[in-house]
Design a binder for this molecule. Structure first.
Ligand code: ZN
Length: 511
């Protein structure tokens, strides 16, 4: 897939011209034709952007793509705003219903949301926000922790955090916490600036704070902060006690009387289930699984492997985390992860592949990007349900530990929900109270842990006891207010799990 830097000025120019033509459109057909032109332009620009982003994350030290990433930090908001100008002209047209008929009524709703979430006035702020995100990513990707006689990346610590040797996992957690503690001042500075920046964007666009703006940016239709707050309270009331009970049972099972935070990662006395085989072998098994799962996933996985759309193994310089991105011009999803020998590796092959499958299906239907990417709380239903659909194949990945995998995975789905809503509430607090000092923010996280995850005890770790855990959550920095989606979609995935158990074919068709 060849990469060339797009001409941003020309793209902006073309959008301006198309906005004028949309304003003067004499028929619905003219408007729909213009929208098709927009999709071509959108796909071309997004393709270059995604290629640059993907290659930048593959090696954040590569100077060429580092520069291209900087270019897009500036160019993407400009092009995005020119696109919104076009949206505004379309939405003001008396012929706009033609788009609802040619595509779907929700297209207009999505466009309305998009225009209410950005404008030229916040362009500079958005560029600064992107630069702050890049600064954060560099710190994380550059993390080198000395441990066990090796220099490790942060994901490289994960297997040690699950070690059966209590002293080892305690030390691994301390090594990780130590990294955040050492970089605390810079991380605090970045986050304070992000809050300030995003709240300033919100005020310019006529909102009280970024809380309201973020719901528009997340493309939320039909619910708002009030409904989310009510969901969080239900989690505190119903899910937290159940999760607490399951954690008590876990500590009993593993024979730990005075369980600390670093004990939560061990599900069984004889150790957590770990996947059997190398990254290549796991991928080969995943290919076999998708080939058997359904005719659709069989075609999908052949496309993914023949086009080499995976980069799975952790290595120095590679960005952290895992993601799935789509490259529109090729109708190609791309899966990125940092394999580290834990069961999380298999989760990538099911979770991110769920996203990729959705993207591939949408691309195959030739959808415009606005519709090809579902609302974010639907995205994660695709990924998390795929994790559930993979349960019957767990033997292939975990051998005789398959039952342990299924048990631990399901327990984690449960205990994750209180954590997820705590991350969400933390952000609501931070953006509503920008006057808080970094210390006060961290204390808020401590309080939220007490409310939602009373089984987390840190006594002998001063940094974590103060509430230091929040620093490790990438989404809090890069994807503000995204996190609640995972908890809402856990509910959706559990419905699919139930359906799948009752009637596999019907559940698959529904999915
Ligand atoms: Zn996901």
């Amino acid at each position: 897939m060849p990469y060339t830097r797009p001409n941003a000025a020309l793209t902006v120019e073309r959008y301006r011209e198309m906005a004028q033509r949309a304003g003067a459109a004499a028929s619905g057909k003219e408007l729909v034709d213009l929208f098709r032109l927009h999709t071509q332009l959108d796909d071309a620009f997004a393709t270059a952007y995604r290629l640059a982003q993907i290659r930048h994350t593959l090696d954040t030290r590569d100077q060429f793509y580092d520069a291209e990433n900087d270019f897009f930090d500036n160019a993407a908001p400009e092009v995005g705003n020119a696109q919104l100008e076009f949206y505004r002209a379309v939405l003001a047209s008396e012929h706009k219903q033609a788009l609802a008929e040619a595509y779907a009524p929700i297209l207009l709703d999505k466009m309305e949301l998009a225009v209410s979430a950005a404008s030229d006035e916040v362009l500079e702020l958005m560029q600064q926000e992107n630069a702050l995100s890049s600064r954060y990513q560099k710190i994380k990707a550059g993390a080198a922790v000395e441990f066990d006689g090796k220099t490790l990346t942060l994901p490289g610590l994960d297997p040690y955090k699950q070690s059966l040797d209590r002293a080892v996992r305690k030390a691994a957690f301390e090594a990780e916490g130590g990294f955040y503690d050492r970089n605390r001042e810079e991380l605090d500075d970045i986050y304070s600036k992000m809050i300030e920046n995003r709240n300033a964007q919100a005020r310019k666009l006529g909102y009280d704070s970024y809380v309201d703006l973020s719901y528009k940016r997340m493309g939320r239709l039909g619910y708002g902060p009030k409904e989310v707050a009510s969901f969080r309270e239900q989690v505190a009331r119903y899910v937290t006690p159940l999760a607490h009970e399951s954690m008590r049972a876990q500590f009993e099972r593993t024979g730990i009387a005075d369980a600390r935070f670093y004990d939560t990662t061990v599900s069984f006395a004889d150790g957590n289930p770990t996947p059997v085989g190398t990254a290549d072998q796991l991928l080969a098994k995943a290919v076999q699984m998708y080939t058997e799962l359904s005719p659709e996933t069989a075609r999908f996985i052949r496309f993914m492997t023949e086009s080499e759309l995976f980069d799975l193994v952790s290595r120095p310089g590679k960005a952290t985390g895992g993601y799935c991105e789509t490259i529109p011009a090729y109708g190609a999803p791309f899966i990125f992860s940092n394999f580290n020998g834990t069961s999380g590796d298999v989760d990538v092959l099911t979770h991110e592949a769920g996203h990729a499958f959705q993207a591939w299906v949408a691309a195959g239907q030739g959808m415009c990007q606005e519709l090809a990417s579902p609302s974010m709380e639907s995205c994660e239903i695709h990924s998390m349900s795929m994790e559930q659909f993979a349960y019957p194949y767990a033997e292939w990945f975990f051998g005789d530990q398959a039952d342990k995998f299924r048990f631990a995975h399901l327990q984690e789905a449960l205990t994750f929900v209180p954590f997820g809503v705590a991350v969400d509430e933390f952000q609501h607090i931070c953006y509503a109270h920008p006057e808080m000092t970094p210390k006060e923010r961290t204390y808020q996280w401590h309080l939220l842990e007490e409310k939602y995850m009373p089984w987390r005890r840190y006594e002998d770790d001063a940094f974590m006891e103060r509430g230091g855990y929040w620093y490790h959550k990438l989404h809090i920095y890069l994807y503000p207010f995204y996190y609640i989606n995972y908890t809402l979609t856990t509910m959706g995935a559990m419905e699919f799990k139930k359906k799948y158990a009752e009637d596999r074919d019907a559940a698959w068709q529904d999915y």
